[in-house]
Design a protein around this ligand. Structure first.
Ligand code: GDP
Ligand code: MG
Length: 217
């Protein structure tokens, strides 16, 4: 690890947030590996990828965190993982035992969720908040994600709002002007991207990184 960071002047932690399915993992894939997968697997747990860029003659390592952990609340997760919901003729005591196990699991999930959320946002200097331009709901939820940042992240975190899937312009649901106005109002940087055809992916990440760089250099 020490060797890998040799010569690195800055390490910036960036978090990917936004609704599930908007393309966060593919944006990251495109930026770090220049790859894109149409059949993207849902992100499980938390992972980060890094890419080092030169900025102002300095080596800046971006450590970009991606997760699905904050997308499904523990309450939903426990509902889906209820183990006995389809079995018939279970004895009542087994049912009750199931209830207890579930309640305990739910509590652990809550605690686990809090721990993961806290760790996810800890030390992050930038956030890439993505929505899908063909999905109005994912844009409506942007405010919810900003609330999440206000609760868990550093108050000085810089946010790049990203309208992804710009290649699907023909089935667009969110007008670019609406997003631009919203971003201006909220003090966010904004760009529309396509992880599929690469449009503005570099601008989105590098734009955010250079803003972060500007605050520390
Ligand atoms: P995540 O849940 O936010 O991480 O979303 P994913 O990166 O897993 O992407 C969800 C789906 O959208 C996958 O089928 C991707 O192939 C697709 N997708 C991601 N980015 C784009 C894009 O820019 N254009 C198009 N057309 N599809 C995309
Ligand atoms: Mg993902």
């Amino acid at each position: 690890q020490g060797d890998a960071d040799e010569g690195i002047d800055y390490i910036f932690k960036i978090v990917m947030i936004g609704d599930s399915g908007v393309g966060k993992s593919q944006l990251l894939n495109r930026f770090v590996k220049n790859e894109f997968h149409m059949k993207s697997k849902p992100t499980i747990g938390v992972e980060f990828l890094t890419r080092t860029v030169v900025m102002d003659h300095k080596l800046v390592k971006a450590q970009i965190w991606d997760t699905a952990g904050q997308e499904s609340r523990p309450v939903d997760a426990s509902g889906k993982s209820w183990p006995f919901n389809s079995s018939k003729g279970l004895a009542v005591d087994v049912f009750l035992l199931g209830c207890i196990v579930s309640a305990v699991a739910l509590c652990c999930n809550r605690i686990g969720y809090q721990a993961i959320t806290t760790a996810y946002y800890r030390g992050a200097t930038g956030a890439l908040l993505a929505y899908d331009i063909t999905n109005q709901q994912s844009f409506d939820h942007v405010e919810k994600w900003l609330d999440e940042l206000r609760i868990h992240a550093d108050k000085n975190i810089l946010v790049m709002l990203v309208g992804n899937k710009s290649d699907l312009n023909s089935v667009r649901a969110v007008p670019i002007e609406a997003a631009r106005d919203f971003a201006r109002q909220e003090g966010l940087f904004f760009v529309e991207t396509s992880a599929l055809d690469s449009t503005n992916v570099e601008s989105a990440f590098l734009g955010l990184l250079s803003q972060v760089y500007g605050t520390v250099s």
